[in-house]
Design a protein around this ligand. Structure first.
Ligand code: HEC
Ligand code: HEC
Length: 309
C-alpha cells in the first residue's frame, strides 16, 4: 500500500484515482457509512467527524461556563443581576481589603490624631509616616492647584519656598488648610484689597505713581520723582496691609512687594492692573472634608517642603 502512495511517484490521473479509492476504503473501515462525501466539480469534501479530544474539550468549556454562571454573578435579568450561589462580590472583597488596610493603619493614624504636632515631629517613626501620608493627601487634595511638591503654578502660590502670604508656621499652615481663603466661610482667611482704580479711590495718575513706588522696591523705578509721590500714597493707602516698605503683613495676608515673587505678575502693567482692579485668590476649606490626622499630616508635609517657619 505504501508503495502506491510513494510521494516520489509522478502524479497521474490514475495515481490520484487509486489514492482516492484507498482513502475511501480506509474511511469505510474507520467510520462505516456515517461519512458523507460531497462532490462539487470533482472536488470532494469529506465530512469527517471532529476528533474526540476536541469534542470533549468543547463540551468541557460549555459545562465550565454553565457551572461558572451558577456559582458566580453572571447573568443580567430584568429583575437584577444573578448573584451566584457562592455569594461572591468584588465590592465586598475590596471593602474587606480596605478595612484590613485601615486596621493596619489605625495605630499610627490614631497616634497622629492624638499627638501634638511637636510630639509627632520628635518621634522619627511617626514623623516618617506622617510625611508620607501627608504627601499622598497633598497629591489627592492640593496638587491640582499648588502643583506636585507644592511647587505652585499660575495664581496658586508655591508652598515650597520661604515666602508666605499667610504664614509658614505649622499653626498658620493648619489654619489655612482648615478654613481656607476667601471662600465665604465664617473663619476663612479673608482680606480684600480695595479696587483703587475701579472704585475711584485713587486717580489713574496716582496709581501710576504708586506703581512706580512698588517697582522702586525692587530697583526697577524709571522716575524717582513719581516714586517719591508714590511713597506717600503707599504709606496712606497700602502700608496697612502690605507693611512698611512692602515688607508684607501675614496677619492680613498682604503679600511682600519688595521681593521677586509675584502672584499676579511683577511687571509694570501687572502691578498697575492689580492696584486698579485687584485679583484675589480663593482656596476651599478642608476642615470639614478631611479628618484631624490627615490635616496634621498635611501640615507636617507642607511645613517640610522647604519653607517651614
Ligand atoms: C482650588 C485651588 C486650591 C486648592 C485645592 C488648595 N489650595 Fe491652597 N491656596 C490656593 C490659593 C489660590 C492660595 C492663595 C490665596 C491667596 O492668594 O491669598 C492658597 C494658599 C495656600 C496656603 C497659604 C500660602 C501662604 O503663602 O501663606 C497654604 C499653606 C495652602 N494653600 C495649602 C493648601 C493645602 C495643604 C491644600 C490641600 C489640602 C490646598 N492648599 C488646596 C488654592 C488652593
Ligand atoms: C485691605 C488690604 C489691602 C490694601 C489696603 C492693599 N492691598 Fe494690595 N493686596 C492685598 C492682598 C490681600 C493681596 C493678595 C491677594 C491674593 O493673595 O490673592 C494684595 C496683592 C497686591 C499685589 C499683588 C502682589 C503679587 O504678588 O502679585 C500688589 C502689587 C498690591 N497688592 C499692591 C497694593 C498697593 C500698591 C496698594 C495701595 C495702593 C495696596 N496693594 C493696598 C491687600 C491689600
Amino acid at each position: 500500500m505504501t508503495d502506491r502512495l510513494d510521494p516520489g511517484r509522478p502524479v497521474t490521473h490514475e495515481g490520484m484515482q487509486a489514492t482516492r479509492e484507498i482513502k475511501d476504503v480506509q474511511d469505510k473501515i474507520a467510520f462505516g457509512d456515517s461519512l458523507e462525501h460531497l462532490e462539487w466539480d470533482g472536488i470532494r469534501e469529506l465530512d469527517y467527524p471532529p476528533p474526540r479530544w476536541w469534542v470533549l474539550t468543547f463540551i468541557g468549556t460549555i459545562l465550565f461556563a454553565a457551572l461558572w454562571m451558577v456559582l458566580y454573578p453572571s447573568w443580567p435579568t430584568p429583575f437584577g443581576t444573578w448573584r451566584g450561589v457562592l455569594g461572591y462580590d468584588q465590592r465586598e472583597v475590596v471593602a474587606e481589603d480596605v478595612a484590613r488596610a485601615e486596621e493596619a493603619r489605625a495605630p499610627l493614624v490614631g497616634a497622629i490624631g492624638a499627638a501634638e504636632l511637636a510630639g509627632i515631629q520628635s518621634d522619627p517613626g511617626l514623623m516618617n509616616y506622617a510625611l508620607r501620608g501627608g504627601q499622598v493627601a497633598f497629591n489627592n487634595n492640593c496638587a491640582q492647584c499648588h502643583a506636585l511638591g507644592g511647587a505652585g503654578q499660575g495664581f496658586f502660590p508655591s508652598l515650597a519656598d520661604d515666602n508666605w502670604i499667610w504664614g509658614g508656621t505649622p499653626e498658620q499652615i493648619e489654619y489655612t488648610i482648615r478654613h481656607g481663603i476667601r471662600n465665604g466661610g465664617d473663619e476663612a482667611r479673608d482680606n480684600i484689597m480695595p479696587n483703587f482704580g475701579a472704585d475711584q479711590i485713587l486717580t489713574r495718575e496716582q496709581i501710576q505713581d504708586v506703581t512706580e513706588y512698588v517697582l522702586s522696591l525692587t530697583g526697577r523705578s524709571r522716575s524717582a520723582e513719581a516714586a517719591e509721590r508714590g511713597a506717600t500714597l503707599y504709606a496712606e493707602n497700602c502700608a496697612a496691609c502690605h507693611g512698611e516698605g512692602g515688607a508684607g503683613l501675614q496677619e492680613l495676608g498682604g503679600p511682600r512687594l519688595n521681593d521677586a515673587i509675584w502672584l499676579y505678575g511683577g511687571d509694570r502693567n501687572s502691578v498697575f492692573n492689580q492696584i486698579y482692579r485687584p485679583k484675589l485668590g480663593v482656596m476651599p476649606a478642608f476642615g470639614e472634608r478631611l479628618d484631624d490626622a490627615t490635616i496634621k499630616m498635611l501640615v507636617l508635609y507642607v511645613h517640610s517642603l522647604g519653607g517651614g517657619q
